[in-house]
Ligand binder design. Structure first.
Ligand code: 5AD
Length: 334
């Protein structure tokens, strides 16, 4: 699909046929099973100043926390005991966790559970860290590109550049990580053309996974008064990403649930998504992981209920990349 055609779809208000087409392609390329990933938000410390995010270092209104290595490893074990086969370790860009500490956490989880996949979502770190984490056993790295418009990127992320982000994603891929990118829909100053570029960017980078969600204002950020991203537009971006990238893993994100707590994520599953990421962070910490306001908690039970509501099945597998070249040799489809 050319950029012009993508733009036509993004502008059009006849989205139903687009969602149907995305659903068909999802079924053909990914099947009816939905993969579940268990998230642990282990630290909300962050050294960045992203204009939209409540974890930005300037926000003095939240209590900052770090889970201990022991807490993280124990929680990972509990998640695995509940049948979840991917652990997502997520934090702000927190250099309070050293390469050694993080490597030890990864090693510990992997040694006890070699069959489980570990996804890291730790932001930008020295390249040497990525290598160490991969050596320790990490399988995947999620680093959203947020927006493929370099000027908008730089405006929203003081001190950071899109170029660096892309170099990092390329490097992660070279290290053998399955990589995830993804964008925010409805960012202040973002155009439909930018969104078309986001989709083409993810196709070009051949990402294994794409996390796409609406912008949701956070009260302690410079963008607190901006309007939220629209649910329908987000669903269209998801559907187009499915149609264009075919077998990329697409989570029906928590931000969709925050946009519409009843239906947001079911609509996502019906517009091309094939992944859910329930949150296992202990409540006392989770309440301070305020990337945006009113972030809902998607539990494992809720994830199962959503899959049932969408008429789909829970996958018992760890759900590696569906892109052949990055699929481990012993990968089982089901
Ligand atoms: N609205 C929507 N998504 C947000 N994120 C951070 N802040 C917001 C917000 N206000 C997303 C970013 C980041 C992920 C962890 O959360 O895409 O990569």
């Amino acid at each position: 699909m050319k950029k012009e055609e993508i733009l036509e779809y993004l502008k059009s208000d006849k989205a139903n046929s687009l969602f149907k087409k995305a659903d068909k392609i999802r079924k053909l390329y990914c099947g009816d099973k939905v993969f579940i990933r268990g998230i642990v938000e282990f630290s909300n410390h962050c050294c960045r100043s992203c204009l939209y995010c409540g974890l930005r270092q300037e926000n003095k209104k939240i209590l900052r926390y770090r889970m201990t290595s022991g807490e993280i490893i124990r929680l990972a074990r509990q998640i695995i005991e509940q049948g979840v086969k991917t652990i997502v370790l997520q934090s702000g860009d927190d250099f309070g966790f050293s390469q050694k500490t993080l490597s030890d956490i990864i090693l510990n989880i992997k040694r006890a559970n070699p069959e489980v996949a570990i996804t890291l979502c730790l932001g930008e770190r020295p390249f040497d860290d990525y290598r160490a984490f991969r050596d320790a056993g990490a399988d995947r790295y999620l680093l959203k590109h947020e927006t493929a418009n370099p000027r908008l990127y730089e405006r929203l992320h003081p001190g950071q550049s899109l170029k660096k982000r892309i170099e990092t994603l390329e490097y992660l891929k070279k290290l053998g990580y399955q990589i995830g990118a993804g964008n925010i829909v409805g960012l202040p100053g973002q155009t439909l053309e930018d969104l078309a570029e986001d989709i083409l960017f993810m196709k070009e980078l051949d990402v294994d996974m794409a996390g796409i969600g609406p912008f949701i204002p956070q009260k302690a950020t410079p963008l607190s008064n901006q309007p939220p991203g629209k649910l329908d537009l987000t669903l269209k971006v998801l559907a187009l990403t499915r149609i264009i990238t075919k077998n990329t893993h697409l989570p029906s994100t928590t931000a969709l649930a925050t946009s519409d707590p009843q239906n947001g994520q079911v609509l996502g599953l019906k517009a091309g998504c094939n992944v859910l990421m329930p949150d296992f962070t202990p409540e006392s910490y989770r309440k301070n992981y305020t990337i945006y306001d009113n972030k809902v908690r998607v539990s494992l039970d809720r994830a199962r209920e959503l899959i049932f509501k969408a008429g789909r099945l829970v996958s018992p597998s760890r759900g590696d990349s569906l892109k052949c070249k990055r699929r481990p040799k012993d990968y089982a489809y089901t």
